[in-house]
Design a protein around this ligand. Structure first.
Ligand code: BGC
Length: 754
């Protein structure tokens, strides 16, 4: 009981403090008008109507039992959801991707029912359009986030967001559960490919750009959608690597690393957020009052709403065991600060919450706060006037223009990791053998969240999109390409036939791959590439023909024991529907590769660390500083030309207080091809009261240079770029010596607060 009173008091206080934060920020006239409409609406709403707004169901609950056929709304189920329970939000597909016509029929049907309800509040439909509108037939599929990060060009994340927003709205849907702002620092985790990689700075820049693409200047724009930042917060770092298992993380680290991309997105105005399904230090995030209410809605001043992840309130009872009953789980989550429950299968959340409010176990102020936040998004999306726009309004859906944008992103993402004796680019007049489980499928180019949740069903692929094999055949002519699959992901099929096929070929392209998967089904036991694929490589290596590996992986799979057999290694990531074409163009030099790894590629399964590790991690068993020995380093990526860095200089050697340090550097294309280079600026804090990282990324820029051309770049950093979070959970910058590292150059300065 004491706990309850405390939570109640805190939530009322929090509600008040959120109000006062709101008062401090000047509101536009349009926003004031929206707040007034919300006040008027809330004043008329019954408890049932309010709780309905907080309820989100999955589409199948509203559909006839289709037995795998096309989903159709069931009028009685729809009436129950919208008339009786006033459900405010619906999500997902039933099983697989739908045509635009089907989306219009379904969402149109729901909005029609809503427009006949007492208060006529439109339904907010949400979808996981993670790398394009991947649940709409014929949509443009972009590289997954990890690949977008490898471009080191936020403009590609923005473009991917903009095209996705267009195509999602063209599917009558106004809300996208993207971007993932979690950091990819645990490669065992099945959702690694959904992140922008390991670094908080790169993730923040990419995430912010993607949200800009989704939301533009206003989410009421018919070509924009509301983004959903996820998964707040720390979700990506499970201790044992398995999805939705415990995270052990000091608050200090959470704040210094994992919270940073969310802070930026909130400042930028993002208004929806999904909660981490796991527990941190023993508290499930869905029960975490401190993080959801005090930090998110208090300290960070978040004005949007927090939606649970899939069935996560129920799981407070069934999985996490912090609630003895489902009803108690609802109480804990709502008091902790969740605003909308992705229930998603039944009406228990609504029933329990209505009871809890009537029993005064959950205060009406908390309910009103949640409803206000949800209605704010519905008003800002313009759903009251336009629950959706006419289908004909979107002529560019699935257009060649959009496919080109996806192709360009893939071309700048794909990363050349090894190129012994300049084997690449390959000569187009030579014959090539193409093998491996990734050679002739779009599945391993797209990964999870592609037409189906796990992305493993080939039935819905967009006609005309090319696999790696097809792209090579188009480029070289069929007569120059021999194909033998060799193995599936984990089993030999015809390795011996592949070996026999080498006679007469000049190169072997080995398309190594990992099955598409996501969330729990993507949990793995170890990071090794499957043995069958390794055996294929070893057998082919014995023929003496040069091998080029293409890696289509969800995460960095360990290849150290076969890497020596490769003359070339190309990281494809999950480059999307245009990835086959982009890879062919890179292999044959029509595109000069310029991607850089957004994560540290480990050499061995027992040596997982990030580029910004601590000095102590570098010391090996022999007491030499050799422990950090990745297969490929963060930020690494080769080109068919060469670059030279020179003239690194700092505007001062003594940086004081809030002054800005200017870092200037020159980079020259010293090779014979046009090429793009990502100039990366790192700082190194030599000594600090919290053990410093060996270096931290603080700036980057991609430059495009002709042979012999040079670019002079200037980066600016200031006190906050040198800060870290101390044990009092405060961002501080300590006086002391710092290095700036760019390319192979180094410069030093001293920082003092006064
Ligand atoms: C995932 C979320 C996703 C949601 C809705 C969950 O299982 O964790 O990322 O947005 O389902 O499909």
């Amino acid at each position: 009981m004491r706990k309850l009173i405390l939570l109640f008091t805190l939530s009322v206080m929090m509600f008040q403090s959120c109000q006062s934060t709101k008062e401090k920020t000047p509101m536009t006239v349009k926003d004031q008008a929206i707040e007034k409409k919300i006040d008027e609406l809330i004043a008329q709403m019954t408890v049932e109507e309010k709780v309905g707004q907080m309820t989100q169901l999955t589409l199948s609950v509203l559909c006839k039992d289709s037995l795998g056929g096309a989903p159709q709304l069931d009028p009685q189920k729809v009436e129950k959801a919208i008339k009786k329970y006033q459900v405010g939000s619906v999500l997902n597909v039933v099983q697989n991707t739908l045509s635009r016509d089907q989306w219009y029929e379904i969402i149109g049907g729901l909005q029609k029912e809503a427009s006949n309800s007492r208060l006529k509040i439109p339904v907010l439909y949400g979808i996981d359009a993670i790398h394009g509108a991947n649940y709409t037939v014929g949509a443009t599929l972009f590289p997954q986030e990890l690949a977008l990060a490898a471009t080191w060009q936020p403009a590609f994340a923005e473009k991917s967001g903009a095209v996705t927003a267009y195509e999602v709205r063209a599917s009558a849907t106004p809300w996208n559960f993207s971007p993932v702002l979690d950091l990819g620092r645990q490669p065992l985790w099945s959702r690694f490919f959904e992140t922008f990689g390991e670094d908080p700075y790169l993730t923040t820049e990419m995430g912010s750009a993607m949200i800009k693409g989704y939301e533009g200047d206003s989410i009421s724009d018919p070509e924009k959608v509301a983004a959903c930042m996820k998964h707040f917060v720390g979700y990506s770092f499970p201790f044992n690597g398995k999805d939705r298992t415990p995270i052990l993380m000091p608050d200090r680290l959470l704040k210094e690393y994992y919270l940073v991309p969310f802070e930026r997105a909130i400042k930028q105005g993002a208004l929806t957020l999904m909660i981490n399904s796991s527990e941190i230090n023993g508290t499930p995030m869905h029960a975490n009052y401190h993080m959801l209410t005090e930090v998110l809605k208090g300290e960070l001043g978040y004005q949007g709403f927090a939606v649970t992840d899939w069935e996560d309130i129920v799981m407070l009872h069934t999985i996490h065991k912090v609630a003895a009953t489902e009803k108690e789980a609802v109480k804990i989550a709502v008091l902790a600060g969740i605003d909308m429950s992705m229930v998603p299968f039944n009406y228990k959340f609504s029933d329990y919450l209505i009871e809890l409010v009537n029993e005064k176990q959950v205060p009406m102020e908390r309910i009103d706060d949640a409803v206000r936040r949800i209605l704010r998004v519905k008003f800002k999306l313009g759903l009251f006037e336009h629950p959706f726009y006419p289908k004909e309004r979107y002529p560019k859906f699935g257009s060649a223009e959009f496919a080109q944008a996806s192709y360009e992103a893939a071309s700048e993402a794909i990363t050349l990791l090894k190129n012994s004796n300049n084997i690449l680019p390959l000569a187009a007049d030579k014959k090539v053998l193409v093998v491996g489980p990734g050679a002739h499928t779009l599945n391993t180019l797209n990964g999870g969240w592609t037409h189906t949740w796990q992305g493993a069903d080939t039935a819905f692929h967009t006609a005309g999109k090319k696999t790696i094999l097809q792209a090579l055949e188009s480029k070289l002519g069929k007569e120059k390409v021999v194909h033998v699959q060799g193995t599936s992901i984990d089993k030999d099929i015809n390795t011996s036939k592949a070996v026999s096929a080498v006679s007469g070929v000049d190169y072997i392209i080995v398309c190594l791959a990992e099955d598409p998967s996501v969330e729990k089904p993507g949990d793995i036991q170890d990071l090794d590439l499957k043995q069958a694929q390794k055996e294929l490589v070893k057998a082919l290596a014995k023929t003496g023909k040069p091998l080029v590996f293409i890696l289509s992986f969800n995460r960095p799979l360990i290849i150290y024991d076969i890497e020596e057999y490769a003359s070339g290694v190309v990281m494809a990531y999950l480059p999307g529907d245009e990835g086959g074409r982009a890879l062919a163009d890179i292999l044959y030099g029509d595109v000069n590769p310029s991607g850089k790894l957004p994560f540290t590629y480990p050499r061995r399964t027992g040596s997982l660390y990030t580029y910004d590790h601590k000095f102590s991690e570098e010391k090996d068993i022999d007491y030499k500083y050799t422990a950090v020995n990745s297969q490929y380093a963060f930020g690494q990526g080769l080109s068919y030309t060469t670059f030279k860095y020179s003239d690194l200089s700092l505007s001062t050697s003594k940086l004081v207080g809030e002054d800005t340090l200017e870092i200037s550097v020159k980079v020259t294309n010293t090779g014979s091809r046009v090429g793009k280079e990502v100039v990366q600026v790192y700082t190194k804090d030599l000594y600090a009261s919290i053990t410093p990282s060996v270096k931290r990324l603080k700036g980057f820029e991609k430059v495009d240079l002709k042979p012999g051309e040079e670019a002079s770049l200037t980066f600016r950093i200031a006190k906050h770029d040198l800060a870290f979070v101390n044990n009092d959970l405060k961002w501080i910058t300590e006086d002391g010596d710092f290095d700036v590292l760019v390319g192979d150059l180094k410069a030093s300065f001293v920082y003092s607060n006064k």
